[in-house]
Design a protein around this ligand. Structure first.
Ligand code: AHM
Ligand code: MG
Length: 334
């Protein structure tokens, strides 16, 4: 059997990047390694999600005598635990928690980063064996190192992100992360439990043929969004229509596919929910950052997602994200 010894692991890759950046402290590499570890633990549980009820007693106690936790809570706890035990994160905010968590031990308060995440996105898909994911964004804190973080450290515009990424728990498990230097994808090699660089320097194709939107809400979208969707369905569409509609209902998988193949993903506001469903801090900002580094774009229909100044931890925003030329065209409709 040939083993490709040129494949870099996540650790090797981040250390290599570290060597190339003058004055880097290694804190971000440490943080990414922690995220990779938490994701591996979540992956193990996601892979046996269907068994949880079988092994659990009356749905609450498993064979080890532990409570069978909902997977999204399990994932949330894993990320918080791993990041709080590390030395590279001063606090976290999570889609699963009402408020942010400040880590107050002496190592954590001396970290310069905070991390915001959605521990398990698309959790409605867990029970039916459809891909789900984790999404995260990393920011340099505003408050001085050595103090306890405050809300201001978390309410930063997405353009302040230092790194962002996601994990897809799918037919294989992938971790994709971006810094301003590029977007790189790592596939989990289950035989050795390592993230291996499988998708170096990901660029989103400028144009694509996939559009992803929840058609069930069609009559609740604005006229501009409806007109754009109709345009996607026309045979005489630029770039060769009609486009293909693909919507998994797990943002991580939908945007991951469109990032690789080229396409556009939309979660517009509706008459019932003018700000749509997706959360700016945990879901939209990380993807907007990744897509931007990969050459694509993301907007709420009026301004760049990355330029929105958040006012609340859990605020929602309409989201349009994808290949540059498709986004340019969409913007003429909005
Ligand atoms: P969640 O954070 O509660 O899992 O919801 C977010 C998910 C996204 O992954 C996905 O794009 C969207 O909800 C799908 O929503 P809908 O079923 O309304 O189309
Ligand atoms: Mg979510």
């Amino acid at each position: 059997m040939n083993i490709n010894r040129n494949v870099q692991t996540l650790d090797e890759f981040t250390i290599q990047e570290l060597r190339d950046v003058p004055n880097a402290t290694g804190e971000l590499s440490h943080l990414l390694r922690n995220i990779g570890l938490a994701a591996k633990r979540v992956n193990v549980e996601v892979n046996k999600a269907g068994l949880a009820d079988i092994l659990g007693d009356a749905g609450t106690i498993n064979v080890q005598g532990e409570e069978v936790k909902k997977l999204d809570l399990f994932a949330n706890n894993q990320f918080i635990k791993v990041l709080s035990h590390g030395i590279a994160c001063a606090g976290v905010a999570s889609e699963e928690l009402d408020d942010f968590v400040a880590f107050d031990d002496s190592k954590s308060v001396n970290s310069k980063y905070v991390c915001l995440f959605d521990p398990l996105d698309g959790s409605a898909n867990i029970d039916v064996n459809v891909s789900i994911g984790t999404i995260f964004g990393v920011y340099r804190r505003k408050t001085p190192v050595g103090t306890i973080v405050t809300e201001e450290d978390f309410l930063q515009a997405g353009n302040q992100q230092v790194a962002a990424g996601y994990v897809v728990y799918g037919s294989s498990t992938m971790l994709v992360y971006a810094t301003r230097r590029g977007v790189n994808g790592f596939t989990l090699d289950p035989s050795v439990g390592e993230w291996s660089l499988s998708h170096p320097d990901i660029k989103c194709p400028e144009a694509g043929k996939i559009y992803s939107v929840n058609h069930g809400n069609f009559f609740q979208y604005s006229g501009g969004v409806r007109d754009y969707i109709h345009a996607c369905q026309r045979k005489d569409k630029t770039n060769g229509g009609p486009y293909t509609q693909r919507y998994i209902g797990s943002m991580v998988s939908d945007v991951h596919r469109n990032l690789i193949k080229g396409g556009i993903f939309m979660y517009p506001g509706t008459t019932d929910k003018p700000n749509g469903k997706l959360r700016l801090l945990y879901e939209c900002n990380p993807f907007a950052f990744i897509m931007g580094v990969a050459g694509g774009k993301a907007t709420n229909g009026k301004e760049r997602i990355l330029d929105i100044q958040p006012t609340e931890l859990h605020q929602r925003t309409p989201m349009f994200i994808g290949s540059k030329l498709m986004m340019d065209e969409l913007e003429t409709y909005l």
